[in-house]
Ligand binder design. Structure first.
Ligand SMILES: [Zn+2]
Ligand SMILES: [Zn+2]
Length: 75
């Protein structure tokens, strides 16, 4: 698999969209790998596990606004 930017052999894949990238063309970003909410303790806040500095290409962009997890909470 080759880099989508320069067509040289790729060193990895964008964690977000899967495009192949060489080391000259990938960026880093933070990536939420897990969202968890305790079923035992309802008062406990939703927790997210974030991995820093994962591979990211220049083509996929996070949406400009944060969404709140509150709207997914069950009553
Ligand atoms: Zn490249
Ligand atoms: Zn990407």
């Amino acid at each position: 698999m080759n880099c989508i930017e320069c067509d040289r052999p790729a060193n990895g894949n964008c964690r977000f969209c899967g495009r192949a990238l060489c080391k000259d063309h990938f960026n880093s970003a933070n990536f939420i790998v897990s969202v968890a909410q305790s079923s035992e303790d309802q008062a406990k806040k939703t927790e997210v596990l974030v991995t820093k500095n994962v591979l990211k290409c220049n083509h996929c962009e996070p949406v400009g606004e944060l969404i709140t997890l509150e709207k997914f909470k069950e009553d």
